[in-house]
Design a protein around this ligand. Sequence first.
Ligand SMILES: NC(=O)c1ccc[n+]([C@@H]2O[C@H](COP(=O)([O-])OP(=O)(O)OC[C@H]3O[C@@H](n4cnc5c(N)ncnc54)[C@H](OP(=O)(O)O)[C@@H]3O)[C@@H](O)[C@H]2O)c1
Length: 307
Amino acid sequence: MSIRLAIVGLGKIARDQHLGAIAATDGIELTAVASRHAGLDGVASFHDISELLASNVAVDAVSLCTPPQGRFEQAKAALDAGKHVMLEKPPGATISEVHALEASARKKGLTLFSTWHSREAAAVEPARKLLATRTIRSVRVEWKEDVRHWHPGQAWIWEPGGLGVFDPGINALSIVTRIMPESFHLVGSDLFFPENRAAPIAANLSFETAGGLPLSAEFDWRQTGPQTWDIRIETDEGPMVLTHGGSRLSVDGEERIVEEDREYRNLYAHFVRLVTEGRSDADFSPLVHVADAFMLGRRHTVETFED
Ligand SMILES: NC(=O)c1ccc[n+]([C@@H]2O[C@H](COP(=O)([O-])OP(=O)(O)OC[C@H]3O[C@@H](n4cnc5c(N)ncnc54)[C@H](OP(=O)(O)O)[C@@H]3O)[C@@H](O)[C@H]2O)c1
């Protein structure tokens, strides 16, 4: 039988990606939506998750597409009601809350899937496999985009827990944590806060791998014109460059992978497998690096930001 799914938070990403991916995935169907200002024709629609869970509409799982602040209460309510849970990235607003969710899902025998859509980009697995055969010298991440284009009017993203420029930056960290053959940890962090905002608009980070190699990341939301979502890896054997958010890979100067976008279809196919097999997938390492960046961050105040 298909998994009966409810989407919570019918906003930009739910409409841009989740609805189409669910429709294209076997073994799962959209049964309900819980969103304060939106509903869908032909699908049971509720104001919020409490109303949904109190109704007689049967769902097996919920996919949370709300902002990270407040996600914990929604996920906890779903798990307490015996539902499997899929979390948009970032999985939550704090490290301790996501560990609490993982423990709760384990105790109840439910699936918790903490998604990282960028890990599903076409070039990520090929890059991981190739990197495992090479000797790395350094890694440099540049993730620079125009916040006004990608996040117009999203007030939550500038509030505590909204992560500011780490909202896209965590996508880069989700790729790097996936493809690197060894762990790495933060050694320096400069954070640039607009004077009227509670979240950074840019960040420069330095990491070191367990073996002592340098890894740097520049995140910036002030880039207009062409956008940059690149990861450059120097290896003894030649350079490897992931571009376009992990969907393209060039190896030693030659373009290798250009494929269609399947990120969210892959996520839902994986969720169906996890539920069917009674497993969870909850790797919080990208969020841990972001928390470290705030913990070790030197704060710089920059000009006011208005939408
Ligand atoms: N936008 C992207 O391109 C993108 C890409 C990948 C992942 N994501 C992730 O997906 C999550 C949602 O992002 P989004 O871009 O879809 O955000 P969004 O457009 O603001 O949509 C989130 C929806 O959640 C609901 N919501 C519930 N409580 C809310 C609150 N306190 N404040 C604001 N909205 C609330 C809102 O619907 P109601 O008002 O109807 O309840 C809202 O439409 C974030 O974690 C983000 O990092 C976004």
